[in-house]
Design a protein around this ligand. Structure first.
Ligand SMILES: [Fe+2]
Ligand SMILES: [Fe+2]
Length: 302
């Protein structure tokens, strides 16, 4: 099949450059190592036995609460993200498997931080949150991505989108809840390092062969966040857009367009017809999204 013919993941230049990216990642991550317990306002904790939860105890606005709960329900699916990455990367360059181990260990405290914060501060109904969390994890996540590069393109977009989301929500949270703003900024720093690894790995693939745009196009034109199967996902996204500073305009400008430029899509010169067509499709998709974004921005959307 044409798509398999295009792939030469085992190009001798890729292994050493990916190894270097991984070493850089570990070095940077070691400098900002942290523990989630440092970011929880433990002094706000009270027993739910003597003082049961009720909605009047919630201090966050609906918009902020929805944004943080949605982030949590994305982070809780880590076991499924790890499964997908581990299975896909196993067939690829071996350093990618090492990276997934490090990445999982770092991601592992994200949901703990968000969940503990929501429960300790009594913003979440603990019983309801537990039910929805269980539902989401039981749904799992099995993306339709076939090889390591497709998976890394997807993850680069997702990590950057998550990083921007945390930063943008943190801006709104600063005045209402400085603890929340600080923890979101903390998470955002982790995501920025993950994003940098995947982003640069994809760029190295393109450096070896411009025809790899074929896979980038496939993922970029079909991208949806991994939370689509959580209850009321579209409603959550529309609330985040109106009240938490993250919507389609932020996605296009801070994520999608950034990656199109970083990967130098416009200047790529693929030699294979399938890849040449993919480049045209991607740039057409980009132009369409740009027009839609400009219209939304003119109406004041985030
Ligand atoms: Fe995360
Ligand atoms: Fe991440």
């Amino acid at each position: 099949m044409a798509e398999h013919y295009l792939i030469d993941e085992f190009h001798p230049r890729l292994e050493p450059v990916l190894r270097e990216l991984y070493d850089n990642h570990k070095e940077r991550a070691a400098k900002i190592d942290w523990s989630y317990h440092d970011f929880i306002p433990w002094e706000k904790g009270r027993s739910f036995k003597t003082e049961p939860w009720d909605i009047s105890q919630r201090t966050l606005s609906d918009g902020l609460y929805t944004a943080v709960e949605t982030a949590l329900l994305t982070e809780v699916n880590l076991p499924w993200f790890t499964t997908h990455l581990a299975v896909t990367f196993k067939k690829s360059i071996s350093v990618l498997t090492e990276f997934v181990h490090t990445w999982t260990a770092e991601e592992d405290q994200h949901s703990s931080l968000l969940e503990t914060y929501l429960i300790i501060t009594r913003n979440a109904n603990p019983t309801e949150l537990k039910q929805i969390r269980k539902f989401v994890v039981e749904q799992g996540y099995e993306p339709d991505l076939e090889n390591a590069l497709e998976t890394m393109v997807y993850t680069a977009i997702q990590e950057l989108a998550t990083m921007v989301f945390y930063n943008n929500v943190a801006k709104i949270a600063t005045d209402h809840d400085p603890d929340l703003a600080a923890l979101l900024r903390r998470l955002s720093k982790d995501e920025s390092l993950h994003f940098a690894f995947y982003r640069d790995a994809c760029r190295e693939y393109l450096g070896v062969d411009h025809n790899f745009i074929y896979y980038i196009e496939k993922v970029m034109t079909n991208f949806r966040m991994p939370g689509v199967q959580m209850p009321n996902f579209d409603e959550r996204m529309s609330t985040a857009s109106k009240e938490a500073n993250y919507g389609p305009v932020a996605y296009f400008r801070q994520v999608y367009e950034y990656l199109i430029n970083y990967w130098g899509v416009k200047d790529l010169q693929p030699s294979r017809p399938e890849a040449q067509e993919a480049k045209i499709r991607l740039l057409t998709h980009y132009d369409k999204m740009k027009r839609i974004t400009e219209r939304l921005a003119a109406k004041g959307s985030s």
